[in-house]
Design a protein around this ligand. Structure first.
Ligand code: SF4
Length: 95
């Protein structure tokens, strides 16, 4: 028995990934920038090591909130950059 799609058209079944609005993305960017700067001023490490960065980006790439241009629909951030910082966190707690 073959499986048939219940969708009338393929595009009806693809959930559109929408980034947050510009204001929310600006707030996220400023908040993250403040955290990174405060951490650096305190003399703490700013960047995670390669293994942590790779594990984070792997988690993102397997996440349904990850866009084809490597952004997160929860925060709007470019994840290749965000995963590198010690103070960064996944907005839904995946890392
Ligand atoms: S930061 Fe979290 S929610 Fe966003 S793409 Fe990565 S794992 Fe998914």
């Amino acid at each position: 028995m073959s499986e048939e799609s219940i969708c009338p058209k393929e595009e009806d079944c693809v959930e559109e990934l929408k980034l947050p609005g510009m204001l929310d993305m600006a707030k996220n960017l400023i908040r993250d920038g403040v955290k990174i700067t405060s951490n650096a001023i305190s003399g703490n490490s700013t960047l995670v090591d390669d293994s942590v960065r790779e594990l984070r980006i792997k988690t993102c790439r397997e996440c349904p909130q990850f866009t084809p241009d490597e952004r997160c629909v929860e925060c709007g951030c470019f994840m290749k950059i965000k995963v590198a910082f010690v103070t960064s966190k996944c907005p839904i707690g995946k890392w």
